[in-house]
Structures are given as structure tokens and as C-alpha cells.
Design a protein around this ligand. Sequence first.
Ligand code: 5HY
Length: 245
Amino acid sequence: MRLVLINPNTTASMTAKAGAAARAVAAAGTEIVAINPAAGPVSIEGYVDEAYAVPGLLDEIARCERSAPADGYIVACFDDTGLDAARCLARAPVVGIGEAAFHLASLVAGRFSVITTLSRSVPALEHNLVKYGLAARCARVRAAEVPVLSLEEPGSPARARIGAEIAAALRDDRAEAIVLGCAGMADLAASLAAEHGVPVIDGVAAAVKLAEALAALGLRTARVGGYAPPALKPYLGRFQHPLAT
Ligand code: 5HY
């Protein structure tokens, strides 16, 4: 099976990191292809970055669907940026790393806390938890106050700040598990779990296993209702309809 992981931001080192984290857990017969758009924000921190990342994400999905459709797609941004629109374009299942992580956390703990990067990213994650029906299982969405790209800098204080928030979550939130709220944290899950003695869920790994499961079960996104393919129509200005040939 072939899974395409799309990092919606344009930082290649994050794409490579997410691809490595995906390959580390992929089944023997699963090929992981990790890509990112050439245009768009270098990191997604809040609503405006999210909005400007979506066209690039959808263009990558549409390109894959035209040239080499995947057996599953992974949106490797913890906000699940553009996830619903991506499901309208792809025949195969599309799994967001945020949604995947929340669901797996709910299977191993009664209460979990999320540690994301900046405070401006928190409301979008809280909204997603309500949308996915898991808000009652999440004790709190915390921000370590680390910029997304600081996770790419060797020697940055990011890991220490994430660790401090984990300790606070276990102490103050009664959290029983931790969800890492950024694709750029994918390489930290195992060491943080060992350090803190609780399950620490990385959304990239969670999404790979859920995408494999959906593909193996032959489950594809429903083509009726909200995820029906978009009607062809003119798009004036800089954007082209993703299904226009
Ligand atoms: C992510 N931003 O996973 C999110 C996390 C965040 O560029 N990749 C990003 O901070 O919202």
C-alpha cells in the first residue's frame, strides 16, 4: 500500500521529519511518500496561516489523484488544516494527525491533555475536539509557547518547554496521557513517554496506522453529503478549480 503524507507548510525539514516518523511505524508493505507544497506559509500558527496553506494542500491532493492516486493520505498539520476539503478531492481515505491522535489517546486514557506550540493555535484545536466529539475526554489544550520552527533548531529550548508543560498537565490537569500538538514534535514522543511515564501520542504515527487500517478494510470516504466531490465551476482570479483539467 502507498500512503502520501502531506505537510501543508513549506518547510522541507518538517516534511522529512514527519516522513521519517511515518516510516518508523509503517507496516512492511506500506510505502510512505512525504511531500509539501512549494508555495504557502513556512509554518502554520493560527487561522491566517491555516487559510493560506489550504490551496497548496489541495493542489497536492489533486495532483496525486491525477497522476498516482494513493491508498491513503495524511494531512501532517496538527490543526488538521484543510482536512474536510481534502476528503472531497481524494478517493482514498484522508486522515488528519490531530484527529488521529485524539482518537488514539481516548483509547488508552480516560483524560488526556494536548501540548501544542503557541497560544494562538489553541482555539483551533479546542474547536476540533468539539467537532470530533472528544472535548469531554480532553482535560486541557496547553501551549508550550514555542514557535513551530524552533522545533527544527538544534539546541532550542523547545523540548524542555514541552516537558515542563507535560509535567504541569500531569500535576494540574489529572491528565493520564499526552498528545503532542504539532507535526514537528513527532520525533519527541518516545523519549517524552519514557521520561514522564505516561502514553505520549504523536499524531503522525497515529495517522499512519489509522490510514493503513482504513485502506486494509477497504473503507473509503463517503461520496455523498459533505464529502461529495465539488461541482465544477469557474474560479476567477489566481485559483484554478482542483478538478479542472
Ligand atoms: C503543525 N503548525 O503541526 C502545526 C502545529 C501548530 O506548521 N505544523 C505547523 O502549532 O499549529
